[in-house]
Design a protein around this ligand. Structure first.
Ligand SMILES: *[C@@H]1O[C@H](CO)[C@@H](O)[C@H](O)[C@H]1NC(C)=O
Ligand SMILES: *[C@@H]1O[C@H](CO)[C@@H](O)[C@H](O)[C@H]1NC(C)=O
Ligand SMILES: *[C@@H]1O[C@H](CO)[C@@H](O)[C@H](O)[C@H]1NC(C)=O
Ligand SMILES: *[C@@H]1O[C@H](CO)[C@@H](O)[C@H](O)[C@H]1NC(C)=O
Ligand SMILES: *[C@@H]1O[C@H](CO)[C@@H](O)[C@H](O)[C@H]1NC(C)=O
Ligand SMILES: *[C@@H]1O[C@H](CO)[C@@H](O)[C@H](O)[C@H]1NC(C)=O
Ligand SMILES: *[C@@H]1O[C@H](CO)[C@@H](O)[C@H](O)[C@H]1NC(C)=O
Ligand SMILES: *[C@@H]1O[C@H](CO)[C@@H](O)[C@H](O)[C@H]1NC(C)=O
Ligand SMILES: *[C@@H]1O[C@H](CO)[C@@H](O)[C@H](O)[C@H]1NC(C)=O
Ligand SMILES: *[C@@H]1O[C@H](CO)[C@@H](O)[C@H](O)[C@H]1NC(C)=O
Ligand SMILES: *[C@@H]1O[C@H](CO)[C@@H](O)[C@H](O)[C@H]1NC(C)=O
Ligand SMILES: *[C@@H]1O[C@H](CO)[C@@H](O)[C@H](O)[C@H]1NC(C)=O
Length: 474
């Protein structure tokens, strides 16, 4: 039941520009309005664990958007581009226009949101949008933890609403950020994410902003610009490789398998930064480097990518982008979970891997770096010429400021790890758990990855990556 579209062919025709256009590091313009907002981890830090106890292994990041006068708490997702709302129990006003065009968005975990596209006034932070398209999806199963929808932050060309309306209705049907950027031409066309962690090593809210960065973290705008392969129409960037306990690993991705790719590119990998994925995905080669030789590792559900690891597993793992190293807190390599049943007393606190091995080449990428990675950086996603229509505007890029000090994370590991395990066991007594899961309930399903079919051949993807690399290194 795949609902997949052709997003590409890649438009690689035309002349590659050799000009490098550096975006100004800081723009001295008054910010007219603001969306700088803290977002809450859906209720409190414990929810992370509660959700795991329920067996769905998920934590989500939410913010409020007001549409047609109603506030909806929606998940913020860099892996997709549509806005849909669960309008169950809500009556839309006559100001909300029904286009009578039905659209479905389907996510990586096979949940879906279906309904007519409506157009209504919206408010996001302090930004007003006179006419925002959204899928009216009462009762969608793509919700979790009482959120009321999802706000996609990716390219319009993977928006189901936009691409459908563009051919069936002359209304634009553009994603939220596109409307904000269009209405505020002097606003820098980026958004930023900081997923913080509590003292106990789990998620504890964070920061989200549009067109400005949190003043405490403004150094992010000085960080290297990590090229996004704009033709893939997702936040997929070119990654150098992974460092595991001081050893470098690179190559073995989609680009290495294509003949004729230049040496400067073929050892790089394609990596999607996805706030809608709780954990992460690595090609087998990298997974082996990180996890395979951990003493005591054993398969729980290898088919679904779940291994049990000693809870004191501690390794130094970093991702490298354009020569800059981004360390992960060792806590982000494992998560606490439960094995056995609560009712028959066989429950047992265990730890499992966060990154799962998978070959995503058919999706046009190698790594999915979800929240397990994103908790370690303050990230700025710059739309570049996805929204900036000025001739010669730079293509999209990402800037990451490391927020994890590897040495500090290493030396505080035992304390924070013991604290999170203690928190986990304490919680078991606090909830009336009737839903006993078999061991397979530890499967960490990711959600909200927009599984787009990439029509382009590996050769076309490699060519796009090579052009991106060429653009940024010239
Ligand atoms: C976010 O929360 C922190 C801590 O509660 C607070 O200091 C800060 O002012 C908040 N920021 C915004 C933009 O609300
Ligand atoms: C959304 O608004 C509701 C109601 O005002 C509030 O309780 C909730 O904390 C808000 N959520 C976020 C993420 O700001
Ligand atoms: C709508 O109301 C019903 C009945 O009160 C409730 O069970 C359901 O959770 C509500 N839906 C939403 C999205 O709030
Ligand atoms: C496009 O949508 C508007 C509602 O915003 C509707 O009034 C109009 O009839 C639609 N046009 C077409 C061609 O479907
Ligand atoms: C969600 O609902 C859709 C129908 O709207 C269905 O096809 C899909 O299987 C459901 N997914 C899950 C995970 O229940
Ligand atoms: C809804 O349709 C009416 C009539 O075509 C139009 O005046 C109004 O601007 C539309 N509302 C939105 C939010 O697009
Ligand atoms: C960014 O770099 C410039 C030039 O090196 C420097 O003057 C400025 O202080 C830096 N900004 C931050 C926030 O680090
Ligand atoms: C990548 O790193 C190189 C060498 O450090 C630098 O010259 C280049 O400007 C960087 N690229 C970007 C996009 O920042
Ligand atoms: C690519 O990786 C291979 C082996 O992993 C190595 O031999 C080769 O030197 C690398 N090439 C470049 C350009 O880094
Ligand atoms: C799980 O087992 C431990 C003993 O191993 C017990 O103390 C705890 O209450 C059990 N949790 C539940 C929810 O049954
Ligand atoms: C759009 O690109 C042009 C040309 O590079 C640049 O001058 C302008 O500042 C960019 N606009 C935004 C909002 O970044
Ligand atoms: C953005 O810039 C790149 C590099 O110049 C170019 O290949 C691409 O076609 C541009 N995209 C758009 C939408 O203009």
């Amino acid at each position: 039941m795949h609902h997949l579209r052709s997003l590409l062919p890649l438009t690689l025709a035309g002349t590659a520009t050799a000009a490098v256009l550096h975006m100004p590091a800081k723009r001295q313009i008054p910010i007219p309005q603001s969306t700088l907002m803290n977002f809450t981890n859906i209720a409190d830090p414990f929810v992370f664990n509660v959700v795991d106890l329920a067996g769905d292994g998920e934590v989500i990041y939410v913010a409020n958007i007001t549409v047609d006068g109603q506030s909806y708490e929606v998940q913020l997702d860099t892996g997709s581009a549509d806005l849909w709302l669960n309008t169950q129990n809500i009556t839309l006003s006559p100001a909300a226009n029904d286009t009578n065009i039905s659209v479905t968005v389907q996510y990586g975990d096979m949940t879906a949101a279906t309904g007519d596209v409506f157009v209504a006034p919206a408010q996001f932070g302090n930004y007003s949008i006179p006419s925002q398209a959204f899928i009216n999806a009462p009762g969608s199963n793509a919700t979790s933890d009482n959120d009321l929808g999802l706000l996609g932050l990716s390219s319009k060309n993977i928006s189901e609403v936009h691409t459908t309306l563009a051919c069936k209705n002359n209304t634009g049907g553009l994603p939220v950020l596109y409307n904000i950027f269009a209405a505020n031409p002097s606003l820098p066309n980026y958004f930023s994410f900081l997923l913080s962690r509590s003292n106990l090593g789990v998620t504890d809210g964070g920061i989200f902003s549009v067109g400005e960065v949190d003043p405490n973290w403004s150094a992010v705008l000085n960080q290297t610009q990590i090229p996004v392969v704009s033709q893939l129409e997702q936040w997929i960037s070119v990654m150098d490789g992974v460092v595991v306990d001081g050893k470098n690993f690179s190559g073995h991705g989609l680009l290495s398998k294509v003949k004729g790719v230049s040496d400067s590119v073929k050892n790089k990998t394609l990596s999607l930064l996805d706030s809608g994925t709780s954990l992460g995905i690595m090609p087998q080669y990298y997974w082996d480097a990180v996890y395979k030789d951990v003493p005591g590792i054993k398969a729980l559900d290898a088919k679904n990518g779940v291994w049990q690891l000693p809870c004191d597993t501690r390794k130094n793992v970093s991702m490298t982008f354009n020569g800059t190293v981004y360390p992960l807190n060792p806590l982000d390599l494992t998560r606490v979970n439960n094995l056995g049943n609560f009712s028959d007393g066989t429950n047992q606190t265990i730890c499992v891997n966060t990154f799962q091995p998978a070959d995503e080449a058919s999706q046009g990428l190698d790594f999915i770096l979800g929240d397990s990675f994103m908790r370690n950086v303050y990230a700025v996603f710059n739309f570049g010429n996805w929204t900036n229509t000025t001739e010669g505007a730079a293509p999209p890029y990402i800037q990451l400021l490391p927020t994890t000090n590897q040495d500090a994370a290493w030396s505080s590991f035992n304390d924070s790890n013991n604290a999170r395990i203690q928190q986990w066991t304490d919680l078991q007594g606090q909830f009336n758990l009737t839903n006993d899961g078999p061991p397979t309930s530890t499967v960490a399903r990711r959600r909200s990855v927009r599984r787009v079919s990439v029509d382009a051949s590996d050769e076309e993807i490699a060519e796009a990556a090579a052009r991106t690399h060429e653009y940024w290194s010239s």
